[in-house]
Design a protein around this ligand. Structure first.
Ligand SMILES: [Zn+2]
Ligand SMILES: [Zn+2]
Length: 470
């Protein structure tokens, strides 16, 4: 049986709560449409898996409701047939959600029977190969899920998680027992947090100064698994900031992903790591990226950021983007006119990196051209159609590592709310020259084709990948 998990948008969880949690304690039900990612090969265990992401919540119309008590809920299936039609037309997965206000944790025999009937109806209408997602809300907070793919009763999903402004809430997985290597961390946040971190698969895109620090910090936090992606090799000029890299690595031009992965393995903390040497939108990296629960964006280019910007919205994967601005003085004398570190959290509902001005589509296009067609890039650069790369940027290990720490702490904030704010900070900007930090507010642009278009949020797999042309 294929492994499955479900991610709900926080706004959908809130909508569902209104629709299916009844103040008189009766069961409630609603429909949901979901996107899907079919992962051929999980990066670390090499098994296929599927992930379902909430796309839209649909109330069951009043005329379809038959009866509800604390033990059951029934409705006519006319609206379910409409759901099946939409699912087929829009290539989404239909789902049903109901509540167990009495707190019964799991699917009942009655649920098995009802869902099999709905699944049969779906298959008769939409044909072979259909899937039906079912979720049950237990006692007003917890979700369990499963996916019907054949007529046989399916096992429960690995977990149902919720992603949004309040962070990541992971439910339904089993927590491994305490590990003595992370005992001191348990003293800070409790054993449960170590268990949560161990469940996570984290992507790190870019393994330079900030990325290599992020990887080592995640390793010491004891995350379950990491996927690291970078297309570069170690140079002598990287050694002032690349954690884990040696002079030998630079002389042999070892891949940066190899260096950070070896450092993780050497620590013996049982953190799985899967290095991918290549550019982030490599076809081979798709399965790995779509398996992640959170991705750190540690690239210094616009093209990579725009790619992650889309990925985050289509697959409901939070992206924590790390930025460092060390801008030399304009008069050419030594010193910096600006030194700042930034951690930006991106998820559906947050202003995206284009709306923030962190990622520039025009510069991204130039970078893509340089990578795909260097000769054409040089020609256009000579004619001043594109902006070429300037001098190498200044870099100081304490600053790159400080930016990495800010970003990894934002992951902790999303999991354990250690600041007691109940939510993520969208954008933290730390001026290193004055040791001051600000939170930068900016609105989503309603006409933004990424964060302003709800049809992207949770859409999952589409052709072409991420609905990108070219
Ligand atoms: Zn039930
Ligand atoms: Zn936007």
């Amino acid at each position: 049986m294929k492994r499955t998990d479900i991610i709900l948008q926080e706004r959908h969880r809130d909508e569902l709560r209104k629709l299916i949690v009844d103040e008189n304690g009766a069961e409630g039900a609603a429909y949901v449409l979901l996107g899907r990612s079919v992962i051929g090969r999980d990066p670390l265990n090499c098994e296929p898996r599927s992930r379902y992401t909430s796309f839209e919540v649909i109330p069951i119309p009043d005329e379809d409701r038959v009866s509800a008590s604390d033990r059951h809920v029934t409705w006519r299936t006319k609206s379910f047939v409409n759901l099946c039609r939409r699912a087929k037309e829009e290539q989404l997965i239909p789902g049903i959600v109901h509540s167990h206000p009495g707190g019964f944790d799991g699917f009942s025999k009655q649920d098995d029977k009802n869902e099999l009937e709905l699944f049969t109806l779906l298959r008769n209408r939409n044909g072979e190969g259909v899937e039906l997602v079912s979720m049950v809300e237990v006692g007003g907070t917890l979700y369990r899920g499963r996916v019907w793919v054949e007529g046989a009763k399916p096992p429960n999903c690995e977990r149902v998680s919720v992603v949004g402004q309040n962070g990541i809430s992971i439910q339904g997985g089993s927590l491994p027992p305490g590990d003595p290597a992370f005992n001191r961390q348990a003293l800070a946040f409790g054993d449960e947090v170590n268990g949560l971190l161990r469940q996570l698969t984290i992507g790190v895109v870019g393994c330079g100064g900030t990325g290599s620090a992020v990887v080592q910090l995640l390793n010491r936090l004891g995350v379950g698994r990491m996927v690291v992606i970078d297309d570069d090799v170690v140079e002598v000029s990287n050694l002032n900031r690349l954690h884990g890299a040696t002079m030998q690595d630079a002389l042999k031009k070892v891949a940066k992903v190899r260096v950070v992965a070896d450092e993780v393995l050497r620590s013996g903390l049982d953190v799985g790591i899967h290095p991918i040497e290549g550019w982030v939108d490599l076809k081979d990296a798709r399965d790995a990226l779509r398996s992640c629960d959170v991705i750190f964006g540690c690239t210094d280019d616009h093209s990579g950021r725009i790619f992650l910007n889309r990925l985050s919205h289509f697959y409901l994967i939070p992206v924590i983007d790390v930025g460092l601005a060390l801008i030399p003085r304009s008069d050419g004398k030594p010193g910096l006119q600006e030194m700042a570190a930034r951690a930006t959290v991106l998820f559906p509902g947050a202003p995206c990196m284009i709306c923030r001005g962190i990622a520039d589509p025009v510069r991204a296009r130039d970078e893509d051209l340089k990578r795909r067609n260097p000769e054409e890039f040089e020609r256009q650069k000579a004619e001043a159609y594109v902006v070429g790369a300037g001098n190498p940027a200044p870099a100081v290990v304490t600053f790159t590592t400080e930016a990495a720490t800010m970003a990894v702490n934002e992951l902790l904030q999303g999991l354990v709310d250690y600041r007691g704010e109940g939510k993520w900070a969208y954008n933290r900007y730390r001026r290193l020259s004055t040791a001051e930090e600000r939170r930068q507010g900016v609105k989503r642009r309603e006409d933004c084709s990424i964060c302003g278009d709800l049809d992207n949020w949770g859409r999952g797999d589409v052709v072409p990948f991420l609905d990108r042309v070219g």
